[in-house]
Design a protein around this ligand. Structure first.
Ligand SMILES: [Mn+2]
Length: 305
């Protein structure tokens, strides 16, 4: 079967995080030659919006400085980029592309997942494997810093401000039985309640030690796919051990071993045919000698080539 062409869709927004930096993630990857690297593997791939020339973050709204945390101006920046991302993903999927969204902070999932669900008419029937150190299932009431990258899962489940929860005109986008977490190791108390209340399948880092990453990934993929019409992978780079992926805003010691993850992604074959893959929370200002950028290239090669 012929491989679908790939559209790299940047999310040029870091205003969903408390600290700045992730807004430059896609630009840094473009400059590091991500497209050239993937083409070298025989992949048919191109950026949809050029992250080197597009207006990004708050500048896209004509603002001169980064709006204060939890301000309505900050919210407007996130909303602007999210609506664009949701539309970009929807268009890419409808036009027969495999979409890879590149962040940017993890608020992007609100748009990436909604765009896929809308294109496939798969509201409540989209499966998501969420690899991350954090479950990102706060609500704005419980998020200490009121940041959008702490709340995407709750919004996708239909909980919270409808402007975001129904971003693409569908709500809820996800049902909890179609979500699986892999690699959690920093879970706040209110998030524990959310995970229990929604009964979301979860492999913490401790579970990975017990069952192995291979078993956890393969169970997660089967779990989210049951009765689903579309499949999505959200890979927060902080799910990976910061020894391999230092370029993230909220690093937590420990985490997934990158070589093992790459080996598994390669071995998944058709099981890794996610309709949309999201690579998120790359913060180039915190990277060490391009280590994390190189890892992003290796991850995409393992999943796509
Ligand atoms: Mn995250």
């Amino acid at each position: 079967m012929k491989k679908k062409p790939i559209r790299l869709i940047p999310y040029l927004c870091g205003c969903g995080a408390f600290s700045a930096g992730a807004e430059a993630g896609a630009m840094a990857l473009a400059r590091a030659g991500l497209v050239e690297l993937l083409r070298g593997q025989g992949l048919d791939v191109a950026w949809w919006r050029d992250p080197e020339t597009a207006e990004y973050d708050y500048k896209a709204l004509g603002l001169k400085t980064r709006p204060a945390a939890a301000s309505s101006a900050r919210e407007d920046v996130v909303y602007f980029h999210l609506t664009q991302l949701a539309q970009d993903v929807e268009d890419a999927v409808r036009e027969g592309f495999r979409a890879v969204t590149i962040g940017g902070d993890h608020s992007m999932a609100i748009g990436s997942v909604a765009g896929l669900a809308k294109a496939r008419k798969a509201a409540g029937k989209t499966g998501v494997v969420w690899i991350d150190a954090h479950p990102d299932i706060h609500t704005m009431k419980t998020s200490r810093r009121k940041t959008f990258h702490a709340v995407p899962v709750s919004l996708l489940l239909g909980e919270g401000d409808k402007r975001f929860a129904a971003l693409a005109g569908i709500c809820p986008v996800l049902k909890p039985q179609h979500i699986a977490y892999v690699g959690l190791r920093s879970i706040d108390e209110p998030e524990l309640h959310q995970i229990a209340r929604y009964n979301i399948k979860t492999f913490t880092n401790g579970d990975l030690d017990q069952f192995g990453l291979k078993e956890a990934l393969s169970q997660s993929i089967s779990h989210i796919g049951k009765g689903a019409k579309a499949r999505f992978l959200s890979l927060d780079l902080d799910g990976i051990d910061p020894a391999f992926a230092p370029g993230v805003g909220t690093a937590v010691p420990g985490g997934i071993d990158a070589p093992e993850l790459l080996k598994l992604f390669k071995s998944l074959g058709r099981k890794a045919d996610f309709d949309v893959i999201e690579i998120t929370e790359y913060n180039p200002g915190l990277d060490q000698g391009g280590k994390t950028a190189d890892l992003v290239g290796d991850i995409l090669i393992a999943l796509l080539a």
